[in-house]
Design a protein around this ligand. Structure first.
Ligand code: NAD
Length: 337
């Protein structure tokens, strides 16, 4: 089995590569990544000497490069993590989100059709469903919830999902889609909420919380997301969408307070800042369908956050190089480019 993993130098794709290489000795893997600011070779560097793993630097929007790669490698499965993923950046500059998150998906699917790939899996997000009212804790997103996006990021991901479904119906593309809630864990880019707060707390800096911190997210430890995708690409039904979430809903303020408590820091470090425009109130996933497929998350928020803090404490070098921008020079250092 040969699997293409796009966006594998990023947070979740990188974790997925570690997870899959660890589990399947007899598969081979190729990672295609453009190494944008969010791609970090140091996340997957220890895997580069494995005989069944190869890294290719390139953009999923580059049709010639993608088609040549598919021709050469003859993939069985494609898992697409490559995307612009930061909501705040999509508010500043939506254009690049439309290019990578929609047009790049089209290029990958065209290549899958041409080279008869057995499965295209699109990694999507629960953000395509918009938000739920804070007070209606009885409501959850199911796979049939309407698409109702709030940010250019979620609109680009929803557009991609619709395009994938259209390719399934029009061209018989063998596809699956997963829509996961917010992830956290190892190799998380330090601009995102949880690693940002851990690192600020460790440095005794102010922890900036949007608005009054009441926005609720459904947090999933990244390894559980990886095991869900592994299950879907092997056992999921072609043409289906699967929501992934572990019922770990927490308000942003609760998350920050838990981090401060675990690090023995005072809540006076919290500072409330102006809210993000269009900030979604509550995300909550109904994972019944993927649970029925046989998925079992191994972590709840309490265990996952402790693992994450431990990882951050043990990898201050990785974090420092991301914060200083040094990680961007990896290619230069390795290959003297
Ligand atoms: N982070 C979350 O909580 C979360 C939750 C649900 C779904 N998702 C989805 O999971 C996927 C991965 O998210 P992440 O948090 O790991 O993102 P990330 O920003 O950490 O990583 C994205 C990776 O994709 C690469 N990339 C970006 N544009 C590319 C392009 N045009 N061609 C090739 N590579 C490109 C980047 O270099 C980077 O390595 C995304 O599709 C995202 O929408 C994320």
């Amino acid at each position: 089995m040969k699997i293409l993993i796009t966006g594998g130098a990023g947070f979740i794709g990188g974790n997925f590569i570690h997870y899959m290489l660890n589990k399947y000795n007899d598969y081979s893997f190729v990672c295609l990544d453009a190494l944008t600011y969010a791609g970090n070779m140091e996340t997957i560097e220890t895997l580069l000497n494995k005989v069944n793993f190869k890294f290719v630097k390139g953009n999923i929007c580059d049709k010639d490069l993608v088609f040549n790669l598919f021709e050469k490698e003859q993939f069985d499965i494609v898992v697409n993590f490559a995307a612009e993923s930061h909501v705040d950046r999509s508010i500043e500059n939506p254009r690049i989100f439309l290019e990578s998150n929609i047009l790049g998906v089209q290029v990958l699917m065209d290549a899958c059709l041409k080279y008869k790939v057995k499965r295209y899996h699109q990694v999507s997000t629960d953000e395509v469903y918009g938000d739920l009212p804070l007070e209606r804790i009885d409501l959850f997103f199911t796979e049939d919830s309407p698409i109702k996006t709030s940010s250019p990021y979620s609109a680009s991901k929803a557009s991609a999902d619709l395009l994938v479904l259209a390719y399934s119906k029009t061209f018989n593309l063998p596809m699956t889609i997963s829509r996961c809630s917010n992830n956290y864990g190892p190799y998380h880019f330090p601009e995102k909420l949880i690693p940002l707060m851990i690192n600020k707390a460790l440095n005794n800096e102010q922890l900036p919380v949007y608005g009054n911190g009441s926005n609720v997210r459904d947090w999933l430890y990244v390894e559980d997301h990886c095991s869900a995708i592994d299950l879907i690409i092997h056992k999921g039904n072609i043409g289906e969408i699967y929501n992934i979430g572990g019922h770990n809903e927490k308000s942003n303020l609760d998350v920050v307070k838990i981090i401060l408590k675990l690090l023995n820091k005072d809540e006076s470090l919290i500072s409330y800042v102006k809210d993000r425009p269009g900030h979604d109130l509550r995300y909550a996933i109904d994972p019944t369908k993927i649970l029925r497929l046989g998925w079992e998350p191994k972590h709840n928020f309490e265990t996952g956050i402790q693992e994450t803090i431990k990882w951050n404490l043990e990898h201050d070098d990785w974090i420092r190089r991301v914060q200083s921008g040094e990680y961007l020079k990896w290619m230069e250092r390795q290959y003297k480019w």
